[in-house]
Write a protein that binds this ligand. Structure first.
Ligand code: SF4
Ligand code: SF4
Length: 100
């Protein structure tokens, strides 16, 4: 991984170390085909839930992994930040609630 990617992972881990697991369970859905491993979601996640990893199957060389799902607070910042619609939070649950 590049230096910036390693730094993004390290910063995320430091943020997570200051948090506790979320009281509410949230579901994160990643669409690997759309993810280009840019790390914007890793940078913005306030709880350090996400991490980057080297992914030879991705044409950009990196992808995201949901490393600590228990820490996700469902804020959706990752979903809003992703330029490629590659990550969704509580998508199925909200679809059901919305009756769609
Ligand atoms: S912001 Fe989107 S494209 Fe970028 S790493 Fe995260 S999920 Fe992948
Ligand atoms: S919803 Fe919020 S806490 Fe959960 S992974 Fe996305 S940015 Fe992180």
């Amino acid at each position: 991984m590049e230096k910036e990617e390693l730094k993004a992972n390290q910063d995320a881990q430091e943020r997570r170390a200051k948090k506790k697991p979320s009281a509410k369970k949230n579901t994160i859905t990643l669409v690997p085909l759309y993810c280009k491993g840019c790390g914007l979601c890793v940078d913005i996640c306030p709880t350090g839930t996400l991490q980057l990893y080297d992914d030879p199957k991705n044409k950009f060389g990196a992808s995201v992994i949901i490393e600590a799902p228990d820490f996700c607070i469902g804020c959706k910042l990752c979903e809003l930040q992703c330029p490629d619609f590659a990550i969704f939070v509580n998508y199925e649950e909200e679809k059901k609630e919305g009756g769609q």
